[in-house]
Design a protein around this ligand. Structure first.
Ligand code: T1G
Length: 644
């Protein structure tokens, strides 16, 4: 074993060379990793004792893609395409041995290897679309040659992670190792390939799956039409369709050039800048202070859910799925039947929809105990009450305070709750937190975790750690009613109501929000609070109105109050950072991710313009538009909300 410096090592075992790269946290293909790959591959090609090469990663995952933090900087050699070209032209069988999540440039690197083997728990995928990009290292040209253009369109435009078993069925990988035996099985696989002595095969030379008669002539037009709604406003999906189109029309090297040109356009786009910003913003939200990652000192292994509401059951199931022991209490025993029925119905639906197997349901249902005696919660590390009556909520928290462990975290759900009032009524107020599980129209991933002055750092860290454990995004807020989501969006709803009262047709307001990029169902969500009964108004295309106001001013009248309210939240310490407000607006209310969220968007249009427009609106529509002190301060300093 020779150690090639801190991130790579080489071992040769009976003619099989193993190059291991270990660059935490996710083996991103930054310049140091690219250099280590370049040198390691070269060394093993030259080593006459090496007949086949295996590429492995240490740590939690195979290469998880290009280093996203490098995008804003000057590129450094060796560039990824050059490294991949060396791999693809390796004269010896080269096998990618993947675990964890081989994504983006990491999976594209695997596609330049001759063979791909993966651990059963591994996932592969090309998620660049979520960053406003496309696979820029050959993925749009090689994947269609493996799975056909139709499947490639679906996989790359959606950007989902594909579990190893499904990837094997699709041809995205060639073999699956035994769990925990990836290195050994990859070496055995290499030996079998050597013994077979078949000529080396490169994906770029395989054209059977992209032959004109192998897919419908109108495939690309049909795909665009079928996905128009989900692609609306985004730039990357359309570019991906063009790049995959090139894979079936022009020779491979020309297709690579086309892909590179389309990739460069996206990388320079404001949409991708916003989506890359959001990628880090969502992860930053998990950090409570500075760089401290949420790692609850009270490890949550058992959870109590009080109240068999739909949200309560949903969280119980998510906690069971995350491997936690769950106890659901419906103090109203009649309702206990409701909780039992809800859980049974939810699991039956999951099996019916093919989202879960009967075996998974059996395993998970064993983790959920149903009872009507809160005393059974004494072992729980964290308890969330989901009652819908404010007085009842207070009573439940006080009752739990008297019977559970002194270090159990007590969480009350909702965002109109008085977290402070609840906490001080308990014997140990430091462990009381608020949790607002946003039931947004699409993926309900957002949870606002509210702390008050007496909440201990341990309690809030544990609560946020629990939220990440169940696969949701936690954002820390202050205790003031409305937390962040409802505070900032109510500012928009207030102005929508006022504009309608002054004569702006609701259909126009909805059309402006729709054109800005809000999904229709989120406009319903906002309009439900602002425009009253959505259906009573003319269609969204109605642009006639009484009030002589231009569209841009009307849109700014709706959006800028959200920015201003966000600035006030930062002043009050109701939010930790501006990017948290963007995470909440995007996840909670469908603010288009390719705009980056209200605070990112404000920086993009320029805070001086935000301030001057607010003052113009204030002169016309009153004090609701008084600019926050923080905004004025930022403008005076030439500072921004989200640009460091
Ligand atoms: N670059 C830089 N940092 C990354 C990173 C990346 N690709 N992926 C993750 N991190 C950091 C992340 O910011 C966090 O840092 C830590 O790693 C753990 O991440 C040429 C152009 C791999 C599934 O889109 O999906 O390849 O907060 O908290 O929940 O065509 O990270 O600890 O300081 O998310 O276990 C394509 C993005 C890139 C994959 C792990 N690849 N990453 O999830 O941990 S573009 C991606 C993820 C590209 C090519 C193109 C997830 C994960 P910190 P985490 P996790």
């Amino acid at each position: 074993m020779s150690n090639k410096g801190e991130i790579s090592s080489i071992a040769v075992e009976d003619g099989v060379g193993v190059l291991t790269i270990d660059s935490p946290p996710v083996n991103a293909l930054g310049v140091a990793v690219r250099r280590a790959l370049d040198e390691g591959i070269r060394e093993m090609v030259q080593d006459t004792s090496v007949d086949a090469i295996i590429l492995l990663c240490g740590g939690r995952t195979f290469f998880a893609g290009a280093d996203i933090s490098e995008f804003g900087k000057a590129p450094q050699v060796p560039l990824l395409p050059a490294v991949l070209e060396k791999i693809e032209n390796c004269p010896k069988p080269l096998i990618a041995a993947m675990h964890g999540t081989a994504l983006g440039g990491g999976y594209e690197l695997a596609l330049t290897c001759h063979y791909r083997i993966a651990a059963p728990s591994a996932k592969v995928g090309l998620p660049e679309v979520k960053l406003g990009l496309l696979p820029g290292a050959g993925g749009t040209q090689r994947l269609p040659r493996l799975v056909g253009p139709a499947m490639a369109l679906d996989l790359i435009v959606k950007g989902d992670q594909v579990p190893a078993v499904q990837a094997l069925q699709l041809g995205m990988i060639d073999a699956i190792a035994r769990e925990g035996q990836l290195r050994e099985d990859a070496i055995a696989y290499a030996r079998a390939i050597l013994a077979e002595g078949v000529p080396l095969r490169r994906i770029r030379d395989r054209n059977e799956k992209i032959a004109p008669d192998s897919f419908p002539a109108d495939l690309f037009d049909t795909f665009r039409a079928a996905n128009a709604a989900s692609m609306r406003g985004f730039k990357a999906p359309g570019h991906i369709v063009q790049a995959i189109g090139a894979s079936v029309r022009v020779p491979f090297d020309d297709g690579l050039l086309r892909e590179r040109a389309l990739f460069q356009e996206l990388r320079a786009s404001r949409e991708s800048a916003a989506q890359r910003y959001y990628f880090f913003a969502e992860r930053e939200a998990a950090k409570i202070a500075g760089n401290q990652k949420v790692s609850g000192p009270v490890p949550i292994t058992s959870v109590g859910i009080v109240g068999g509401t739909a949200m309560g059951i949903d969280i119980a199931m998510a906690a069971a799925d995350a491997g936690l022991a769950v106890t659901v209490i419906d103090i109203d025993t009649a309702a206990g039947g409701r909780a039992r029925r809800s859980i049974a119905d939810a699991y039956a639906a999951a099996v019916h929809d093919g989202r879960m197997t009967a075996e998974e349901v059996a395993r998970l249902q064993d983790r959920i105990a149903l009872a009507d005696d809160p005393a059974l919660l004494s072992a729980s590390d964290l308890i969330v009450e989901f009652d819908e009556d404010p007085a009842e909520k207070q009573r439940i928290i006080r009752r739990l305070d008297a019977i559970v462990r002194t270090d159990t975290i007590l969480a009350t759900s909702g965002n109109t709750i008085d977290v402070e009032g609840m906490a001080v009524s308990c014997s140990r107020p430091e462990r009381v937190v608020g949790m607002h599980f946003c039931a947004s129209a699409d993926a309900p991933r957002l949870v606002e975790a509210a702390r008050c002055a007496v909440t201990s750092p341990e309690a809030i860290a544990s609560a946020m750690h629990f939220v990440r454990r169940i696969g949701r995004v936690a954002v820390l807020t202050g205790p003031r009613r409305g937390f962040i989501a409802n505070r900032i969006m109510s500012a928009m709803a207030t102005q929508a109501r006022a504009a309608i009262a002054e004569g702006s047709p609701p259909g126009l307001l909805e059309a402006l929000l729709y054109d800005y990029g809000f999904p229709a169902d989120h406009i319903q969500q906002i309009s439900g609070t602002a425009f009253g009964d959505f259906d009573q108004y003319s269609t969204a295309t109605d642009r006639t109105r009484q009030a002589p106001v231009d569209d841009e001013e009307l849109l700014e009248r709706l959006l800028l109050p959200v920015v201003n309210e966000g600035a006030k939240l930062l002043e009050e310490k109701g939010a930790t950072r501006a990017s948290d407000i963007d995470v909440v607006a995007i996840l909670g209310y469908g603010w288009p991710v390719y705009r980056g969220g209200p605070m990112f968007w404000a920086d993009e249009i320029g805070l001086p313009r935000v301030l001057s427009t607010l003052n113009e609106l204030r002169a016309r529509h009153g004090e609701a538009f008084r600019p926050s002190a923080l905004l004025e301060e930022k403008v005076a300093l030439g500072a921004s909300f989200t640009r460091g």
